[in-house]
Write a protein of this length. Structure first.
Ligand code: C5P
Length: 238
């Protein structure tokens, strides 16, 4: 078995019910991955579910994408920090003051999760951006908002595999790039269109890979996860 000190795969727990998430997690190993809890599952399972996952030894990325006035987002980030999660995120479109308030709240907490931002939702194309008044291509907006995120002192951004090289070049080595849209060679694409393999995403400069269905829908989820870890192991710093 591959020994991982800092597992790079974050398994997306996209389940409607806490019990389904728990059943899947019982088949995983906290030494091999972290877990992402998003809006649907958190709304169902709440802090109790996050606590249960953490009790089993898993670190949790709480993917709630906070976007509100600075005071409200700061308080929400503090609440997430108090839950003991490993990572939490906000929308960069909330602006510099909102992100700085989030940073300050987390820095003041006893437990300090990593704080990242979402730049442009990958579901938004040129026409969607224009309609909400954002000029330029999705890539222009991603670059601008990632720079703003870094300058507000956040730790990284969520980005698609096709943005990894540009953001790594723009923002340097320490900035964390958390990348969904990852599919092992031969895996079903599901509804993802612009995908990269785990190896390619890591080679391009991703820090962590968010992977859902190729693991959660596999006959043997742990085997699927470990195959991904084997594939990316040679690309990790030693
Ligand atoms: O099952 P799959 O590997 O496609 O899951 C990917 C996860 O990453 C889902 O939780 C999805 O919501 C999330 N995500 C994404 N694309 C983004 C941002 C988040 O697929 N741009």
């Amino acid at each position: 078995m591959v020994e991982m000190t800092d597992p790079r795969v974050i398994v997306a727990l996209d389940f409607a019910e806490a019990a389904q998430a728990q059943a899947l997690v019982a088949r995983l190993d906290p030494a091999q991955c972290r877990l992402k809890v998003g809006k649907e599952l958190f709304t169902r399972g709440g802090p109790a579910l996050v606590a249960a996952l953490q009790e089993k030894g898993f670190e949790v990325f709480l993917d709630l994408k906070f976007h509100d006035i600075p005071n409200t987002v700061a308080k929400a980030c503090k609440a997430a920090a108090d839950l003991g999660v490993w990572m939490v995120n906000v929308h960069a479109l909330g602006g510099r003051r909102m992100m700085a308030a989030a940073r300050e709240a987390i820095d003041a907490a006893a437990h300090r999760p990593r704080l990242i931002a979402v730049t442009v939702l990958t579901s938004m194309g040129d026409a969607d951006l224009a309609e909400v008044g954002l000029q330029g291509s999705p890539e222009d907006n991603v670059r601008r908002l990632a720079r703003l995120t870094a300058s507000a002192g956040l730790d990284g951004v969520v980005c698609s595999p096709r943005e990894v090289v540009m953001l790594r070049n723009t923002l340097g080595g320490d900035f964390q790039l958390i990348t969904p849209g990852v599919r092992p060679a031969g895996a079903a694409l599901n509804d993802q269109t612009r995908v990269a393999t785990p190896e390619d995403a890591m080679r391009m400069g991703a820090s962590y890979l968010v992977i859902g269905r190729p693991i959660t829908q596999a006959d043997d989820p742990l085997a699927a996860l470990m195959a991904i870890n084997e594939a990316i192991l040679p690309l990790l710093p030693h």
